[in-house]
Write a protein of this length. Structure first.
Length: 94
């Protein structure tokens, strides 16, 4: 009976780790796709510096609001490294 609960806990931990990894992967791909799409000239108007900055800023805000509760939304690896150094996250999460 106790080995069954150990396997259930192990599966829960693996599922949580997979959720964290998938959330970070989706968040990073959203940042790259939507952020870089703000720099593309579609022929209607040429993007200027202000529209590029606003595009990246808004997508970062959106990603933090969506994935902040799931994985902390560490889009920058330096933030994750600092969180690990200050012992805010452990190695599997970082």
């Amino acid at each position: 009976m106790s080995s069954l609960t150990f396997l259930q806990k192990m599966d829960k931990k693996i599922l949580q780790l997979l959720t964290l990894c998938l959330a970070e992967c989706i968040a990073t791909s959203m940042l790259l796709f939507f952020g870089c799409m703000g720099c593309v000239n579609f022929g209607v108007h040429e993007p200027n510096h202000l529209t590029i900055i606003l595009g990246f800023g808004l997508i970062v805000m959106l990603i933090v609001n969506i994935f902040g509760m799931v994985s902390g939304a560490h889009l920058n690896p330096a933030v994750t490294l600092a969180a690990y150094i200050y012992k805010l996250v452990d190695i599997p999460v970082s």
